[in-house]
Design a protein around this ligand. Structure first.
Ligand code: FAD
Length: 470
């Protein structure tokens, strides 16, 4: 190992890299444009209500209506955020998009849950004995209050089930289907409630706005569950090999049946449907571990984590597979770097393998340093291949073991600040890129450590294998 490091450290640090990839394809709308569109959508109902609404009411009533209008837009945009649209996720990454989806869902929930309680008038559809003229109660019709209450309760249920998803007694796929359909039901009920009960939404402009958003929400589900699988039918893969390569870790290799139809950047991931129809709900996100240069072969490195990944040995060799993607921006494409540090925890090595394999294929001359953490030595994947890559790349490899054997001479412990401080060299690495992938807790620790060691945040690219924000 020390040989690897000495050769790595002697490398000319400023050797500019040759182009590693083909020019990046359009990667989605810039954050500023997305932010502007989002703000415009949020403001649209408020502007329509202000311009076309009736005489002003008590401030609490206006606040209640305002929260309902904004909350409902936030809710509708959630469909776009989870619809795997590359124009949305291309630049910000799917993990950040999904985190935004989760945080904004909570915002929409709070706005929509509290809005009925802010009205100065009572929340009852029937006539109150002391109020024969109906001045102090909300004039909701029977159906509109029913749809409002149903949407209100169902939305709360959806968010609670999403937060506690891991503890649910049914599979992820069932949760996902119920989440999408439940959200569409909330959209329908909420739209009915807004159109029937809303003071401002009675206006044809605002009514049209809600109907347009409802149509868009429906389209996103049709896109994910019908149009996208239909498109995948034209791009089938065959399962070529399934092999155990380390403790509870498997290599799944596919071959594209009609070569040339699938392209990706090293480091990207796909939603894979293995040995099933593309319409199956059983699809899983996996990083591609092989290099684009290896197409039409595609490899995944998969760690057993649950019901699907623990039964990979049951996949039929020769069975069909479909890959939705590529997704994600854990790539070098379009990024300038004079060197690359890869920090992988466990199966977080998967996208790193793709980056290294592609770099070797492209004869990349930059210095690379891989910090690869595992609990035990038998969890290290492709150790020999990694060693062999050192002869094709200016590559240093540092294995870190949490439970090392007695004769271990390498790094021990966790990928933490103390360890990183030994390997991050400034100013030499100031213009390097730092790719981080592994368990969510490790990513947080490593990102903070790198920043505290003086690495600029925008030079750090992280990939989370779980979207949950907790
Ligand atoms: C961008 C990304 C890239 C990934 N790359 C790899 C990789 O290269 N190698 C690897 O071993 N693992 C990878 N994972 C994790 C992998 O997707 C999960 O471990 C796997 O889906 C678990 O499925 P399961 O049915 O075995 O377990 P389950 O018990 O069903 O799921 C365990 C957890 O995995 C997540 N998960 C399950 N199914 C899905 C799904 N369809 N969509 C999103 N999340 C899901 C959920 O958080 C769930 O709680 C990646 C995850 C993401 C988000």
């Amino acid at each position: 190992m020390s040989d690897a490091l000495s050769s790595h450290r002697a490398a000319a640090p400023n050797a500019r890299a040759p182009a590693l990839h083909a020019p990046a394809r359009p990667r989605g709308l810039p954050l500023a444009v997305l932010g502007f569109v989002y703000l415009a959508l949020l403001l649209a109902p408020l502007i329509i209500a202000t311009l076309r609404g009736g005489p002003p009411r008590a401030w609490r009533d206006e606040l209640a209506s305002g929260l309902a209008l904004v909350g409902f837009v936030v809710f509708f945009v959630e469909f776009l955020l989870s619809g795997r649209f590359r124009f949305v996720t291309g630049r910000i990454g799917i993990d950040r998009t999904m985190r935004a989806h989760q945080l904004l869902a909570r915002t929409a929930l709070i706005f929509l849950l509290i809005h009925p309680f802010l009205y100065t008038t009572a929340l009852v559809p029937w006539e109150l004995p002391f109020d024969p003229t109906g001045r102090v109660r909300l004039g909701l019709s029977g159906p509109s209050i029913l749809t409002g209450v149903a949407a209100w309760l169902l939305l709360a249920l959806l968010v609670i089930l999403a937060i506690g998803r891991d503890r649910l007694p049914y599979p992820y796929e069932a949760w996902r289907a119920s989440h999408g359909l439940g959200a569409l039901l909330v959209a329908g009920l909420g739209t009915h409630h807004a159109l029937e009960a809303g003071r401002y939404s009675a206006d044809p402009w605002l009514a049209g706005f809600w109907l347009a958003l409802f149509t868009l929400a429906t389209f996103t589900l049709v896109h994910v569950y019908v149009l996208r699988p239909l498109g995948l039918l034209a791009r089938p893969f065959r399962i070529e090999a399934v092999e155990k390569i380390a403790e509870r870790t498997w290599s799944v290799r596919l071959r594209e049946e009609k070569p040339g139809r699938f392209a990706f950047e090293a480091g990207q991931f796909v939603w894979a449907t293995l040995d099933r129809s593309p319409f199956s709900l059983v699809e899983h996100p996996f990083s591609i571990a092989s290099a684009p240069a290896e197409l039409p072969r595609v490899e995944f490195v998969i760690k057993e984590a649950g019901d699907f990944t623990s039964r990979l040995d049951r996949l039929r060799i020769g069975g069909r597979a479909y890959l939705d993607g590529p997704h994600g921006n854990f790539t070098l494409a379009g990024r300038d770097a004079v060197g690359v540090m890869l920090i992988a925890g466990g199966v977080g090595i998967a996208p790193m393998l793709a980056l290294l394999r592609q770099a070797a294929a492209a004869r990349d001359r930059r210095p690379w340093l891989l910090l690869y953490g595992n609990r035990r030595a038998d969890q290290i994947v492709y150790r020999d291949e990694l060693e062999a890559l050192r002869s094709r790349l200016d590559l240093g490899i540092v294995h870190v073991l949490g439970e090392p054997p007695a004769d271990w001479t390498g790094e021990r412990g966790e990928l933490d600040r103390a360890l990183l401080a030994r390997w991050v060299e400034l100013p030499r690495m100031a213009d390097w890129l730092f790719f981080v992938c592994g368990p969510p807790a490790m990513i947080g620790v490593v990102e903070n450590a790198l920043v505290s060691l003086g690495i600029r945040r925008r030079r750090i690219i992280a990939e989370r294998f779980r979207y949950d924000v907790g």
